[in-house]
Each structure stands twice: as structure tokens, then as C-alpha cells.
Design a protein around this ligand. Structure first.
Ligand code: AMP
Length: 317
């Protein structure tokens, strides 16, 4: 595994592999790697010949007062974990400095509309501008054939997929499932902020999603379609039951458009008569502050595998 730090050497390195006919896989991260990140790297190794993992805490996606300075960093630990993947270890890490990525005032921004209006886009103004812009830069530097993103950040995945479609960026964007701790808590670099009772309270997020899946399944058993309002209510009740959990949002949206499920969203889910489409996949997304950590989690109802994974992971919670 070799560390690349400049844009020029990264371009030259990838170009050499491409000339040899290699398929390039890419996993962008902000480091402080955990098993969720590593699962994406394994996935990329299955899809590509040469894999590159970027480690870059992108200032452009942090708002004022957010945790940019405190964001955990451990480059040596990250590279040891990646090397520990053995045959699935990436060939390269790309670890640029902020000055390498942003050498001058940046006056260009990539902005994805609609999909960013709700959820974390509403809670963190400018966040997805920073994400879309840095991901575009990274795609331009690495020129991957395939890039793997986590479904843990479901809105981010959809934003990147839509950006790639709209801008004809020549990369396939693949989503990997959320990896969880034994009690159901979605793995996150920010979990390191959680101690003691806060850590216990954090599992309330995945338990709220479990409640949502159970309500949807109960409805289906009785032949009804899952009612978004009922699902949202059930999740909210579970999430607000713990006073340590300061709820930011509990939303149920169309998983493709990220618009309210009974609205067409202008993106092609219309049934033709203004009726809700029962085949719609429903994203149940939650965000909450627990102690000093802002945590997010989600499940897609109507995606049987995602529902099963969530139920299985929260069995013992
Ligand atoms: P980050 O370092 O937090 O920017 O995350 C880098 C990538 O890892 C993103 O595509 C995330 O969605 C993904 N990721 C983060 N946590 C998890 C998790 N628990 N399971 C799967 N993927 C994850």
C-alpha cells in the first residue's frame, strides 16, 4: 500500500494503471476508519482491479460551529487497518493536505438541488455543497471507474448519484450497506465522542428504525400498505422516549426522490392520479444529538434486505 499526497502523482499513478487496462475503484473517506469504511473497501476490491482510498477531512462540508477542528484523526491507525485487509487492502491511499485540495479561494461550487432541501441538507446549510464539490474534485483527480459510498449516509449517496447523472461524470456510484455495532448503533467516526450513558442512549436511533420496520410489517401482514404518517409517529415515539436524545429530525420520504411520499416530487414517481404509489420505497431517516455527537441513521422500508439487516442488527438491543 502506497500513500499518495499530491494531485499530480495521483493522476500519474492512476493513468499508469489505466494504460495497463486496470479498472479503478475508489472509496472516499474522512478517515478514523471503522468496519463500515472497511466493508466499502472490500466491496470496491470486488468491483475493481486497483483500489484507492482517500482520507481527507473536507473543511468545505463543515458549517461554522461544527466539529471540523475536533473531528477525530488517526492516519497511522487508518493505514494499519487498511493494510490489515490483506488481499482486499487498497493499493493506494490518497491523503492530500487542505492546501493541496484548496490552494486558493474557491469560487466554484457544485450544488445539487431538490435532494438536498430536507434532512441533513436543511439541518446543515451548505453541507451538501461542500460534499458535492469535494467529491467532484476527487472524481476529477482519481478518475475512478467505480466509487463506493455507504448507505449510512443515504442522502449523500443519492446526492452523489444524481450529481453524476446530471453532470455525466463517467463513474459508477455503488452503495454499501450500513455496518452496525453489536447493539445496533450504526458505526460512525463520531461515535468516539460518545461515553457512558450517552453511548447507551445512542442505540435509541436504531431502535426507532426497528419500530418503524415493525409497524410497516404489521401493516403488510394485514394487507394494508405502510402508512408513512404511522411509521413516522412510531419512530418518533421511540426516539423521544430517551431524554438524552435531542431529536433533530424523524422523516419518512420517498427513497428515490427524497420528497414526501405522497408527492410526485417532480421526479417521476407519479402514479398518474395523485395517489400514493404503494410500491414506493420509503426512507425512514433519523438525526439526533446525543451528548456532543450528532448521529444519523436510516432504513429503507420496501427494501426487504435492508429491513432484514436492521431487524437482525437490533435483535439484542
Ligand atoms: P466518512 O468518513 O464519515 O465521510 O464516511 C466515508 C464513507 O463511509 C461514506 O460513504 C459513508 O457513508 C461510509 N460509512 C460511514 N459509516 C458507515 C457504516 N456504518 N457502514 C457503512 N458505510 C459507512
Amino acid at each position: 500500500m502506497q500513500r499518495l499526497t499530491t494531485i499530480a502523482e495521483t493522476r500519474a499513478t492512476v493513468a499508469r494503471h489505466r494504460a495497463d487496462g486496470a479498472r479503478i475503484g475508489f472509496v472516499p473517506t474522512m478517515g478514523f476508519l471503522h468496519d463500515g469504511h472497511l466493508s466499502l473497501v472490500r466491496h470496491a476490491a470486488d468491483l475493481a482491479d486497483v483500489v484507492l482510498v482517500s482520507i481527507f477531512v473536507n473543511p468545505a462540508q463543515f458549517g461554522p460551529g461544527e466539529d471540523l477542528a475536533a473531528y477525530p484523526r488517526d492516519l497511522a491507525g487508518d493505514e494499519a487497518k487498511l493494510a490489515g485487509l490483506g488481499a482486499a487492502a487498497p493499493a493506494y491511499t490518497f491523503v492530500p493536505t487542505v492546501a493541496e485540495m484548496y490552494p486558493r479561494e474557491r469560487v466554484t461550487t457544485v450544488r445539487v438541488a431538490h435532494l438536498t432541501y430536507r434532512l441533513c441538507g436543511a439541518a446543515r446549510p451548505g453541507h451538501f455543497d461542500g460534499v458535492a464539490t469535494v467529491v467532484t474534485k476527487l472524481f476529477n483527480i482519481v478518475a475512478p471507474d467505480v466509487a463506493v459510498f455507504g448507505r449510512k449516509d443515504f442522502q449523500q449517496l443519492r446526492v452523489v448519484q444524481r450529481m453524476v447523472e446530471d453532470l455525466d461524470q463517467p463513474v459508477e456510484v455503488v452503495g454499501g450497506p450500513t455496518v452496525r455495532e453489536p447493539d445496533g448503533l450504526a458505526m460512525s467516526s463520531r461515535n468516539t465522542y460518545l461515553t457512558g450513558a450517552d453511548r447507551d442512549a445512542a442505540r435509541t436511533l436504531s431502535r426507532a428504525l426497528r419500530t418503524a420496520v415493525e409497524v410497516a410489517r404489521d401493516a403488510r401482514i394485514t394487507g394494508r400498505s405502510a402508512d408513512p404518517g404511522m411509521i413516522q409517529h412510531a419512530a418518533r415515539v421511540t426516539l423521544t422516549a430517551d431524554p438524552r436524545v435531542r431529536v433533530d429530525y424523524v422523516e419518512v420520504l420517498d427513497a428515490d426522490t427524497l420528497a414526501p411520499p405522497d408527492q410526485p416530487g417532480g421526479e417521476g414517481t407519479e402514479t398518474g392520479h395523485g395517489e400514493p404509489d404503494n410500491r414506493q420505497r420509503l426512507l425512514v431517516a433519523v438525526a439526533a444529538n446525543v451528548g456532543p455527537a450528532r448521529l444519523i441513521d436510516n432504513v429503507v422500508i420496501g427494501d426487504g434486505e435492508d429491513e432484514d439487516r436492521l431487524l437482525h442488527a437490533t435483535d439484542s438491543a
